[in-house]
Design a protein around this ligand. Structure first.
Ligand SMILES: C[S@@+](CC[C@H](N)C(=O)[O-])C[C@H]1O[C@@H](n2cnc3c(N)ncnc32)[C@H](O)[C@@H]1O
Length: 219
C-alpha cells in the first residue's frame, strides 16, 4: 500500500470484510474510499457489516460502506482512481468476469492493487479450480491462478502489469502461495485476443464508437 500514492485519490475497496485496507487507504490520504462487500459471502453473515461499522466509529472514519457484489459494480455508476482487491479473486466463481467489472469502474490509467491465492513454481498459464487442491478446509475457494496465468488474465482484461510478486509461500500441503500484482488500466488493441471481451468492448479501439454502444448493452 505504501508504494502507491493515495493522496487525493478516489478509492474502491472490493471485499472489504472489516474494512482494514479501506481504513489504510484513508490514512494514506485518499480523498474518498468506498468499501464494498456482500454479506452472503461472509463467514458470519448474521453479523452484517457490524464489525466494519464498529471500526469506522472508533476510528472516526469517513469511509462509506456499500453492499454490492463485484459482479454488480457498474450499478455504482462511479469511476475510481485506485481499486484495492485483496483476498477476493480466489473466492470468485467467475474470475474473468470479476476483472472485467473492475476494469469498467477504473479510470484509464487508474491503478489496481490485488492479492490472491497463487499456484507456485510453474511457468505454465494454468488455473487450479478444485478447492480441495488449494485450501481443503475453505469451501469458499474457487480458483488459484499460476503467476503467469494471473498476469495473462490482467493483460486480457486491459491492464498493464507493473509488478507481480509472490509474497507468501505455504510450507505444507499443495504448492499454494499468495501473489501481489500492481496493474494499470489501459485501453487499445489487445494483442492477446483480436476479438474483444464482450464485457470490455469499449476499451478496444478498432471498434470505436460502435463498441462503446455494444459495451453499454452488455452491461
Ligand atoms: C478473504 S476475505 C478478504 C478481506 C479483505 N479484503 C482482506 O484482504 O483482509 C474475502 C472477502 O471477499 C468478499 N467477497 C466474496 N465474494 C464477493 C463478491 N462476489 N463481491 C464482493 N465481495 C465478495 C467476502 O465476503 C469477504 O469479505
Amino acid at each position: 500500500m505504501r508504494r502507491v500514492d493515495f493522496r487525493s485519490k478516489r478509492v474502491l475497496d472490493i471485499g472489504t470484510w472489516d474494512g482494514l485496507w479501506s481504513f489504510e487507504a484513508e490514512r494514506l490520504g485518499a480523498s474518498s474510499v468506498l468499501a464494498t462487500d456482500i454479506n452472503t459471502q461472509r463467514l458470519f453473515p448474521d453479523q452484517g457489516p457490524a464489525t466494519f461499522e464498529f471500526a469506522k466509529r472508533i476510528r472516526g472514519s469517513k469511509v462509506e460502506y456499500k453492499e454490492v457484489s463485484i459482479y454488480d459494480l457498474d450499478s455504482l455508476e462511479q469511476q475510481f482512481d485506485v481499486v484495492v482487491f485483496f483476498g477476493v479473486l480466489y473466492h470468485l466463481r467467475y474470475p474473468q468476469l470479476g476483472l472485467a467489472r473492475i476494469r469498467n469502474v477504473l479510470k484509464d490509467g487508474g491503478l489496481l492493487l490485488m492479492e490472491t491465492a497463487i499456484l507456485l513454481d510453474t511457468e505454465d498459464t494454468i488455473i487450479q479450480t478444485d478447492h480441495q487442491k488449494i485450501y481443503p478446509n475453505d469451501v469458499s475457494t474457487w480458483n488459484a491462478f499460476s503467476g503467469p496465468a494471473l498476469v495473462s488474465l490482467l493483460k486480457e482484461s486491459y491492464f498493464e502489469v507493473e509488478r507481480f510478486e509472490v509474497i507468501v509461500r505455504q510450507n505444507r500441503g499443495p504448492k499454494i502461495g499468495r501473489g501481489f500484482a500492481l496493474a494499470r488500466a489501459t485501453s487499445g488493441v489487445n494483442l492477446h485476443h483480436y476479438f474483444p471481451d464482450l464485457y470490455l468492448h469499449r476499451f478496444f479501439e478498432p471498434y470505436g464508437a460502435a463498441s462503446e454502444e455494444a459495451g453499454k448493452t452488455d452491461r
